[in-house]
Design a protein around this ligand. Structure first.
Ligand SMILES: [Zn+2]
Length: 273
């Protein structure tokens, strides 16, 4: 009610990322690596087979390092490919063992975060870390929240599991957020990520240009990587290839690297460090 009476509709709009202030008011003074004005991380969840079958050859071709957030049981069908990805220094992150999400999703009804405890969630993360290390020889250092959900329980007994992630990982990545991350202000345990599934190259490029105008760190999150660009939960291979060319052209001032690499850099160079 306070907002309604005290702030004009125009000002209300300014409170939200859908209606940004002019770029000069948002510009960061953060020092990205020489010649770079923003960072972009591409990340893909769930250890889907198309990430190995379609994604890996594409990323290899462009020398692009990306982050794969895996659930170890899902790696079995392409285990040799996942071992290759880890050996080639792609980042392998933790996406939990059993992918718990809200019971509102029919497929998660028997594994709903509403019924989780902190101990059970901690065990999820630790089991995924140990299985990934056993299978691929690398220990994940960043995490992606399944479905982007960061809570467990219900109502007055709802708890955040962000602290569990903060304790275990360099960074925790969300999903379907609306903005890029401010290198000066972001909470590494709750990094924002925008959906890359279904985006055209122009839409991906537009998001990167906005991040560059702000001096920010844009994190994309996708699932399948496919030749049909606009299927549900598919980041189009064509759009992705065009974006790789764009992001790796030095003239565009974008640093494309993994969540781990950018988080490490930002932590080391943030003001006050
Ligand atoms: Zn997922």
């Amino acid at each position: 009610m306070l907002l309604k009476s005290a702030i004009s509709p125009f000002c209300l709009c300014l409170l939200f990322s859908c209606c940004p202030l002019p770029a000069q008011n948002h510009q960061s003074t953060f020092s990205w690596p020489s010649g770079k004005h923003a960072a972009v991380s591409l990340s893909f969840d769930d250890a889907r087979a198309s990430q190995i079958d379609v994604g890996l050859p594409l990323f290899d071709r462009y020398g692009a390092k990306v982050t794969f957030y895996v659930n170890p049981p899902n790696m079995q069908s392409r285990l040799a490919g996942w071992k290759q990805a880890a050996a080639e220094a792609y980042e392998i992150g933790n996406h939990s063992q059993t992918h718990p999400c809200s019971a509102n999703f029919p497929w998660s009804r028997k594994n709903g975060v509403e019924d989780y405890t902190l101990d059970k969630m901690a065990a999820e993360m630790d089991k995924a870390n140990s299985d990934t290390e056993r299978l691929l020889g690398v220990k994940p250092s960043t995490f992606a929240y399944p479905c982007g959900q960061k809570f467990m329980g219900r109502g007055e007994r709802t708890l955040s599991y962000v602290p569990l992630v903060a304790k275990r990982f360099l960074a925790g990545r969300g999903f379907r957020d609306e903005a890029a991350n401010s290198p000066e202000y972001c909470d590494f345990a709750q990094l924002l990520a925008v959906d890359s599934d279904g985006l055209s190259f122009e839409e991906m490029k537009g998001a990167a240009i906005k991040a560059r105008d702000e001096g920010a760190w844009l994190v994309f999150a996708g699932h399948e990587i496919g030749t049909a660009s606009y299927q549900a939960q598919t980041t189009g291979a064509g759009a992705l290839e065009q974006f790789l060319k764009y992001a790796q052209d030095p003239a565009n001032g974008i640093w494309l690297d993994t969540v781990k690499a950018v988080a490490t850099y930002v932590q080391a160079h943030r003001a006050g460090k």
